[in-house]
Design a binder for this molecule. Structure first.
Ligand code: ITT
Length: 196
């Protein structure tokens, strides 16, 4: 059994990752949430730098292998914002959604393109970076939130070919196409091949 710490304070990420693991062939890999003291200073200049900062802090705190997920929503009409600042854009998910839809209120539908980016970094117990992966999904920002599933920005992230928002998708459906799943699967392969 390979046990790793998931370097996050966001329980939704653990839930999604555990659900991906449940339907994968990597039943030998499991994740536990980072301890309460986990409080990294996410001052990197890229998603990968922030992911590394988080993974390194969790690895050193727990003396274990640690995996971090740094995610952001990049909106083309806002030159990639909120991007790296997606978590700090507003205090709650509802406020983030209100602020973003207000900022985009005069932007026509065809210019509301956006992507979710997820950067995963795996770190050894001594803090050394071992591997990194990235996953992305393209969509559009809706005028109004819709859907009851998911978390964060999911209710305003529209996937045109499904005619659904990310929050219209069940956890299982989100996990077949999300930025997080696209970053996680190659990472699980790497862990399976390289860690005991
Ligand atoms: P950790 O840093 O502790 O992992 P966090 O929630 O702050 O938790 P991020 O910095 O990666 O994690 O997330 C940036 C923001 O994007 C934050 O507001 C999240 O709620 C949101 N977010 C992350 N993953 C998302 C997803 O799959 N769908 C929608 N929103 C997401």
């Amino acid at each position: 059994m390979t046990k790793l710490v998931l370097a996050t304070s966001n329980p939704h990420k653990l839930e999604e990752i555990n659900a991906i693991l449940d339907t994968s062939k990597f039943g030998n890999i499991s994740f536990i949430l980072a301890p309460k003291e986990f409080n990294p200073d996410e001052n990197g200049k890229t998603f990968e730098e922030n992911s590394f900062i988080k993974a390194k802090e969790a690895a050193i705190l727990t003396n274990s292998y640690a995996l971090a997920d740094d995610t952001g929503l990049c909106v083309d009409a806002l030159n990639g914002a909120p991007g790296l600042y997606s978590a700090r854009y507003a205090p709650t998910a509802e406020e983030k959604i209100l602020k973003l839809t207000a900022e985009l209120k005069d932007i026509p539908d065809k210019e509301r393109t956006a992507k979710f980016v997820c950067s995963m970094v795996l770190v050894a117990p001594n803090g050394e970076k071992l591997h990194s992966t990235t996953g992305e999904i393209y969509g559009k920002i809706t005028q109004q939130p819709r859907g009851i599933h998911g978390f964060g920005y999911d209710p305003i992230f529209f996937i045109p070919n499904l005619n659904k928002t990310m929050a219209d998708l069940t956890l299982f459906e989100k996990n077949t196409l999300s930025h997080r799943a696209k970053a996680l699967l190659p990472m699980l392969h790497w862990i399976d091949e390289n860690l005991d």
